[in-house]
Design a protein around this ligand. Structure first.
Ligand SMILES: NC(=O)c1ccc[n+]([C@@H]2O[C@H](COP(=O)([O-])OP(=O)(O)OC[C@H]3O[C@@H](n4cnc5c(N)ncnc54)[C@H](O)[C@@H]3O)[C@@H](O)[C@H]2O)c1
Length: 376
């Protein structure tokens, strides 16, 4: 099977369909040789590598994320990858150390590593960009100062991606403030379709699944369809009103099984909202392995699709669905097919949820205004 179309733009398919076709065709359908025989040995089929950029790759999320990508956790167990790792000059030596470790790990899927502090080199030809690099809030810094640093980083990286990434590159922003960084990136990369720019709220989504699973003592894989609405911050709204659990007598609503609305409307929500702070308190470092794993989940589901009947949370450009103001990057429930996400429509929203959804939208509007004030 000739898969070179993903890199060379030969096919008539749209670029995103190409990436989708590349990945899903080989993962979900029987593999046949040109003579029609089913290929049992996947190594008989050479797939072209997909280029994945990780910015901030010398940091702690980067350190957890790059081996996951190189092992096929993000794009599939038979999808070769070329890793592009970008960081800033003070981190160049550490970045080179990560590159050395990637070489030493001898990952069979890893077909190349670009480790650089040059944004143009880092962004050139990438099909997927995971933006983890950013400026953290330091003691004594005003919110506006942190925002200002990140706005200028995301403005310049937007320009590099727009000019040098592969057509239809999919972008996931992880660095905080994730929603607003993604919005700035979108504004300054106008030729990248807004559908291709997202931010990570999957970690919050997974945290909500984890809390329900712990509470009910069921495998986390049996819980689905929690929703994170809004900002990746403590104003987010983790919503279980549409969530269900697989049981021996079919799928049951989470509320029916938990039988404790006080917990679901109170401690559950604050635990998910505050989980990042709890991890920092326990580890003296912010979440890294769970953030890296969730970034892989986000891209995998986006590219390969969500399972039938399951939705996940993604920070995406609001089109006004659920009366969320358009022009914000807001976390919604989405399903993914053919490399495209769509917001799940028609879920009933009760009054309590409405208020919480509006509150987090309000915070995002303020962040947006702050970000724009940093630009002027
Ligand atoms: N969205 C989420 O769910 C989520 C979860 C956890 C952490 N985060 C955020 O992810 C980011 C990274 O977290 P971390 O723990 O890896 O931080 P870290 O400080 O360990 O690493 C950040 C890395 O980014 C690099 N960097 C800074 N400016 C850069 C630039 N202009 N270009 C490229 N690289 C640059 C730094 O040198 C560093 O290596 C933080 O902003 C954190 O708040 C988001």
């Amino acid at each position: 099977m000739d898969l070179s179309f993903i890199m060379t733009n030969k096919s008539n398919l749209s670029p995103s369909s190409r990436l989708q076709a590349l990945l899903s065709a080989t993962l979900t359908t029987p593999l046949r040789s040109s003579s029609g025989d089913i290929l049992t040995n996947r190594s008989q089929m050479a797939k072209d590598p997909v280029r994945v950029l990780v910015t901030g790759a010398a940091g702690q999320i980067g350190y957890a994320l790059v081996p996951m990508i190189a092992r096929g956790i993000m794009l599939g167990a038979d999808q070769p990858v070329i890793l592009h790792m970008l960081d800033i000059p003070p981190a160049a030596e550490a970045l080179n150390g990560v590159k050395m470790e990637l070489i030493d790990a001898a990952f069979p899927l890893l077909k190349g590593v670009v480790a650089t502090t040059d944004a143009v080199e880092g962004c050139t030809g990438v099909n997927v960009a995971v933006m983890v690099g950013g400026f953290p809030r330091k003691e004594g810094m005003e919110r506006k100062d942190v925002m200002s640093k990140n706005v200028s980083i995301y403005k310049s990286q937007a320009a590099a991606l727009e000019k040098h990434a592969a057509p239809n590159c999919k972008v996931l922003v992880v660095a905080n403030p994730a929603n607003t960084n993604a919005l700035i990136l979108k504004e300054f990369a106008p030729s990248i379709p807004e559908k291709n720019i997202t931010c990570l709220t999957r970690l919050d989504h997974n945290r909500a699944l984890g809390q329900v699973s712990e509470r009910l003592n069921v495998p986390v894989s049996d819980v689905k369809n929690v929703i994170i609405w809004g900002n990746h911050s403590s104003s987010q709204y983790p919503d279980v009103n549409h969530a269900s659990v697989k049981t021996s007598s079919g799928e049951k609503p989470v509320r029916e099984l938990v039988k404790d609305d006080e917990w679901l409307n109170g401690e559950f929500i604050t635990t998910v909202q505050q989980r990042g702070a709890a991890i920092i308190k326990a580890r003296k470092l912010s979440s890294a392995l769970s953030a890296a794993s969730s970034a892989c989940d986000h891209i995998r589901d986006w590219v390969l699709g969500t399972p039938e009947g399951t939705f996940v949370s993604m920070g995406v450009y609001s089109d006004g669905s659920y009366n969320v103001p358009s022009g914000l990057i807001y976390s919604f429930p989405v399903t993914c097919r053919n490399g495209e996400w769509s917001i799940v429509q028609g879920l009933p929203i009760d009054e309590v949820s409405r208020k919480k959804m509006d509150l987090t939208a309000e915070e995002l509007k303020e962040e947006k205004d702050l970000a724009y004030s940093c630009l002027s």
